[in-house]
Ligand binder design. Structure first.
Ligand code: CP
Length: 340
């Protein structure tokens, strides 16, 4: 498992960070929510380069604004779109489309910026590559400034911190023991597992009573389940799983919906699609809400993942959740730059 370089305040994922760092960052996120218009800090006159190998609305814009609110500069770099396409493999003769190696690109950007943010989704085709996070780790090796994970193959720590802060704010810090349902939802595309992984780890670390609702074949990986169960056991709990979405949502305090693909996509993507398409009825409906609040990391397809009636209900706090991305990332930048 990746061990952070203590000299550089990378953010790879919270599970490699201490409880004190996690709760300090959570507290600082709440501070920024309650103090939304800070004066730019003279000591934050820094720059961050945001490298997006995959698309984004929230992460990109909230990072740009988070930097600006601190008095820092952010610029966005999209490899292959006005920026040279990059090679990932080591030891290959680069006579194809890629113009420069990611090792040079990240090395160069490290000399211009005081931090880098990188979004790099799972390949969805190479299980070993995705599970080892070896592409993201290559970036960490090449960088000489702090790197913030803006969603990698397995983790979305910026989302997780915002999610935790949203839950804490909503329940006025009385979070432990509340029922958190992570519900799979159907989607026409095979989506990665970084968000459900991070949501599961976040809720179990907070001591919530976690249930995963998902059809058979859409289990999260054993490594993530083991990690989540170890957090749960620290609170005297365990993670429960069911393939009955209605039963799972009964009595929930939080329903967190997310579509993700089954791991069979790596060996047999056609079979994964067939299986996934058998569960098109898996979406959050008004009847599921009860007393629960609804969360989704967004983007969410209305009528596919969740009904309009849910998103239009006052118990849907997904926009507050999205707002918390900004506050969380201000805290993350402060940590990266030793401003706390
Ligand atoms: N939730 C999230 O990361 O949104 P974007 O993909 O728009 O950045």
């Amino acid at each position: 498992m990746y061990k952070p370089d203590p000299k550089l305040k990378h953010l790879f994922d919270w599970h490699v960070e201490s409880d004190s760092t996690w709760y300090e960052q959570l507290s600082r996120t709440g501070y920024h929510y309650r103090n939304p218009s800070p004066l730019p800090r003279p000591d934050a006159f820094r720059s961050i380069g945001l490298v997006f190998f995959n698309s984004s609305l929230r992460t990109r814009t909230s990072m740009e604004v988070a930097a600006a609110r601190l008095g820092a500069h952010a610029s966005t770099i999209i490899p292959g779109s006005g920026v040279w396409g990059m090679e990932w493999r080591d030891g290959v003769r680069m006579d194809g489309q890629a113009v420069e190696h990611v090792r040079e690109a990240i090395g160069v950007l490290s000399r211009y910026y005081d931090a880098l943010g990188v979004r790099l989704f799972a390949t969805g085709t190479d299980y070993a590559l995705d599970q080892s996070e070896s592409r993201f780790k290559k970036i960490l090796e090449a960088a000489t400034v702090p790197v913030i994970n803006l969603e990698s193959a397995l983790y979305h720590p910026c989302q997780a911190l915002a999610d935790a802060a949203t839950i804490q704010e909503h329940f006025r810090d009385e979070v432990k023991g509340r029922r958190f349902v992570l519900s799979w939802a159907w989607h026409p595309r095979a989506l990665p597992q970084a968000v459900p992984n991070s949501a599961l780890l976040m809720a179990s670390r907070l001591g919530m009573q976690v249930t995963i609702a998902r059809p058979k074949g859409f289990e999260l990986t054993p490594e993530i389940m083991n990690l989540a169960n170890s957090y749960a056991s620290q609170h005297g709990m365990s993670i429960t799983q069911t393939d009955d979405q209605d039963v799972a949502c009964e009595g929930a305090d939080v329903i967190y919906a997310k579509a993700w693909s089954g791991n069979m996509r790596y060996d047999n993507p056609d079979a994964e699609a067939v299986l996934r398409n058998q569960h098109q009825n898996w979406r959050i409906r008004k009847r599921h809400l009860g007393k629960a609040v609804f969360l989704h990391c967004l983007p969410a397809r209305r009528g596919v993942v969740v009904d309009d009636a849910v998103l239009n209900d006052s118990r849907a706090i997904h926009l507050l959740q999205a707002e918390f991305r900004l506050h969380a990332q201000m805290a993350i930048l402060e940590r990266a730059w030793n401003l706390l």
